[in-house]
Design a protein around this ligand. Structure first.
Ligand code: GDP
Length: 819
């Protein structure tokens, strides 16, 4: 091997140190030799305690290779180390503070001394001069110049003292020594020094008393305006929410943002001023910068609305709250209208009912409260916001139709919320009605009605003729009795917003369903991120009321903003409290949005499910192209369960992913799995907005593997599909030699010849494969952009129809992370 042959020299790989050695040979020949020494690998222990933040960050990222137990242990160790560090930091800080205070004290004492000294000197000089003058006058006759030396000395002494002035500045080294001389041995030292001047003599007795008095004054001054020390670091108690931007953190600590960024950097976290960091990271920074942390969590601020348990003897029975659900066009609205028309509470002289989102009807002695917003969206959005309002679900199924996708959804919603169901078989007036078919259909979904010896009440009704309405209401009242619904009317009200809007004349208006306690005019309340004072209330008949008890819906005026359906209303004592809670919530939701983009991903969920020892269930929602695959997935998911995580199928159905699926998923914090189906546009928008993850699969094993792998904490690299374009098929041509060719318009992105394609019909995947041709006019092209027309034909697939959609996708392998 020589260095001149141009090839790369052989060498030790990574970690070798290289250098050059010049070798000399005979006749002046020299040769450069590259010498490499292999660096020894030092097995140093990992810097756990010293750099917890970095470890944290790394831990998060590399969770793929770390088991959870390890993670736990590491986290615990980190926490311990952090606590220890914090303790030490605090001790250090206290010591530093003490030293600083002592220095301050000494400095101010010194300054006081100096001032006194100067005063004394002035006085002394004046006296000395006076004395001298008198002496001079007295002795002038005998001796013309006897007092001169004294006067000289007097003049000299102050000069010396004065010179000390500037030196005695804080930190001036002479100053303390000088002070010690003064107070410790005021005269001894000077005596030893020889001459005693008038000045010194004067300082003796009088100086001492004055010094004590001024000491006291000084101390008082110090106590009064002690904060005047400009260099002293002000230790702040920083209120820390669950997430905070770097800039905000800096301002809460009164530190420069750049310093905060630097501190973060020292801990291995790169963050800009506008970036949001989590509370743990922020805590680290706060401690490192010598401040104190006060974690603010919802529980602190919201203590004011903490609900104490009602005593059993205070409880009284209350009306049930009923939601009507079912497939579109099965007659939900008609049924609600029919019930309202016949049975409006008090029914006095056909009282005009107004729509406030809920109404009450009488059934015998019982009162029933109906939520006047049919559909699943209302139900799930309320549940998602923490308000479980509904006590009973009435499932409407049209007798001339059958169990439809939304019927199944409704069943799943009710089951997920653990709310009992009553089946109303509607439209029995129609000749095509076949109520028994509905009953037997329902069996497939584990809804066994009474007529088939089950427990679910079933009533045949007709919203059109009013047939069976009484029976239905009776059934509801009976179900309510079984539930023994109770509330305490004699307490501050808790309610849920059923509807809310901004009324031009009246300002923000919310229909609140009181759930417990009694809401009274004049009550101060907080509702979601809004607060207010009840200015006026109207009931479902448009009448003004002064108070509303449990299960009573009322329209409330006097809010400062419009809350959202499902927001919980709590009555509080003071406006201050109400405002504080509302503002805190607003900030919190802002922080949360900023920090997370509010995404619920499968990985996050699993990580959470595993981190939280109580959470042992992973909810998922599956939509598939056919019933068979939905069932197969359900079975496969059931098998995944182990001791730690169990997969709970919230809902599995056939067809495109709809907005209602997203609602249910959000309510339960679940991801939505689309198996050979896609989300429709409103669902996609809702998912984006609510941060619900949608995952598409076309192979069951992939889905199972993903869930399994995630469940066991081993997230390998995944193949992710990027949808690069969509095209709509306008026409289909038969081309000899090629087969069926689709005349398409690329509606989104691009169509690429080399990419994978899927044929979607009604949001369902019916074929997956590759393209045989991609033509623009007569030419074969590589790519066609959005907005352009093109011809496409599939490899080995002919069944294409106008109206079908072609999805164009590419696969890439990405490293899976937990964050
Ligand atoms: P929703 O979508 O579930 O709210 O259903 P609607 O209440 O809007 O009803 C859909 C259609 O079914 C309307 O045209 C109603 O007139 C009709 N409908 C509802 N209930 C009945 C019924 O009991 N008998 C008959 N014949 N038609 C009904």
């Amino acid at each position: 091997m020589s260095d001149s042959d141009g090839r790369k020299p052989l060498g030790l790989s990574g970690g070798a140190r290289s250098g050059q050695v010049k070798q000399s040979f005979a006749r002046g020949r020299t040769k450069n030799v590259v010498v490499e020494t292999k660096r020894k690998r030092v097995m140093a222990p990992k810097p756990t305690a010293s750099n917890p933040a970095r470890d944290n960050a790394a831990g998060g990222k590399s969770a793929g290779g770390t088991t959870d137990a390890e993670m736990q242990r590491r986290l615990k160790a980190l926490q311990l180390a952090k606590a220890r560090e914090a303790e030490e930091a605090e001790k250090r800080e206290a010591a530093a503070r003490e030293a600083q205070e002592a220095r301050e004290r000494r400095r101010s004492e010194l300054e006081a001394k100096e001032r006194e000294e100067k005063e004394r000197e002035e006085l002394a000089r004046a006296r000395a001069e006076e004395d001298a003058r008198r002496k001079r006058e007295a002795e002038e006759a005998k001796n013309p110049r006897p007092a001169e030396p004294t006067a000289k000395q007097d003049a000299g002494a102050p000069q010396r003292q004065r010179n000390l002035g500037p030196d005695a500045k804080p930190g001036g080294r002479d100053a303390p020594r000088r002070r010690d001389d003064d107070s410790g041995k005021p005269r001894g030292g000077e005596r030893r020094g020889g001459k005693l001047t008038v000045n010194q003599a004067l300082r003796g007795g009088e100086g001492r008393t004055r010094s004590l008095a001024s000491m006291r004054r000084k101390q008082q001054r110090q106590r009064g305006g002690g904060s005047s020390g400009p260099q002293e670091k002000v230790v702040r108690t920083v209120q820390l929410p669950e997430a905070i931007t770097v800039g905000e953190l800096a301002s809460r600590m009164s530190e420069r943002a750049a310093d905060v960024v630097k501190t973060l950097m020292q801990n291995g976290i790169m963050a800009t001023q506008t970036q949001t960091i989590d509370a743990d990271t922020a805590e680290l920074v706060i401690e490192e910068m010598g401040h104190k942390v006060q974690r603010v969590s919802a529980s602190d601020v919201e203590q004011a609305i903490e609900v104490e348990e009602d005593r059993a003897e205070d409880l009284e029975s209350r009306a049930p709250v009923i939601t009507i659900m079912g497939h579109v066009d099965h007659g939900k609205t008609s049924l609600l209208d029919a019930i309202r028309k016949t049975r409006v509470v008090a029914g006095e002289a056909g009282g005009i009912t107004q729509h406030i989102g809920a109404y009450q009807v009488k059934q015998g002695d019982a009162t029933l409260t109906f939520l006047d917003t049919p559909g699943h969206a209302a139900f799930t959005s309320m549940r998602a916001r923490g308000a479980q309002v509904t006590d009973i679900v009435v499932l409407v199924v049209a007798a001339d139709d059958a169990v439809m996708p939304q019927t199944i959804e409704a069943i799943n919603h009710a089951k997920a919320a653990e709310v009992p169901m009553i089946v109303a078989i509607n439209k029995v007036d129609l000749p095509a009605a076949d109520p028994d078919k509905v009953r037997s259909d329902l069996l497939r979904y584990e809804v066994i009605v009474e007529k088939l010896s089950g427990e679910v009440q079933d009533v045949e009704v007709s919203a059109a003729t009013g047939q069976g309405l009484d029976e239905l209401l009776e059934a509801i009242a009976l179900q309510a009795e079984v539930l023994e619904l109770k509330a305490n009317p004699n307490r501050a009200a808790i309610g849920a917003v059923v509807e809310a809007q901004l009324d031009v004349g009246r300002g923000p208006v919310a229909t609140v369903l009181v759930q417990n306690g009694t809401l009274k005019q004049g009550d101060i309340f907080v509702v979601g991120e809004q607060w207010g004072k009840v200015r006026a209330m109207e009931n479902d008949q448009g009448k003004r009321v002064k108070e509303a008890g449990p299960s009573v819906p009322v329209e409330v005026l006097g809010l400062n903003g419009t809350p959202e359906a499902g927001d919980v209303l709590n009555v509080v004592k003071t406006e201050g409290e109400a405002r504080e809670i509302a503002e805190f919530r607003e900030q919190q939701s802002k922080d949360k949005r900023a920090a997370l983009g509010a995404a619920t991903t499968l990985d996050q969920l699993l990580a959470k499910a595993k981190a939280d020892e109580n959470v042992s269930e992973l909810p998922i929602l599956v939509k598939a192209d056919v019933q068979g695959s939905a069932e197969a997935i359900a079975q496969a998911m059931e098998k995944i369960g182990n001791d730690e995580v169990r997969v709970r199928m919230l809902h599995s159905g056939v067809g495109a992913i709809t907005e209602s699926d997203i609602g249910l998923a959000e309510a339960s914090g679940a991801p939505v799995i689309g198996f050979n189906v896609r989300a429709n546009a409103p669902a996609r928008a809702a998912a984006n907005q609510k941060g619900v993850e949608i995952r598409y699969y076309s192979v069951i094993y992939d889905l199972v593997d993903d869930v399994k792998a995630a469940a066991s904490g081993l997230l390998s690299a995944e193949v992710r599909e990027n949808f690069i374009g969509y095209a709509n098929i306008k026409e289909v041509f038969r081309v000899t030699g090629v087969g069926n060719v689709a005349g398409c318009l690329v509606t989104e992105g691009v169509a690429r010849r080399s990419a994978g394609v899927r044929l979607l019909r009604d949001d369902t995947v019916i074929h997956e494969g590759t393209l045989k041709t991609l033509k623009r006019f007569k030419d074969e092209v590589k790519e066609v952009q959005s907005g352009q027309e093109c011809g496409m034909a599939f490899e080995n697939y002919e069944d294409i129809r106008p109206g079908d959609v072609i999805e164009i996708f590419e696969r890439e392998e990405v490293e899976r992370t937990l964050a």
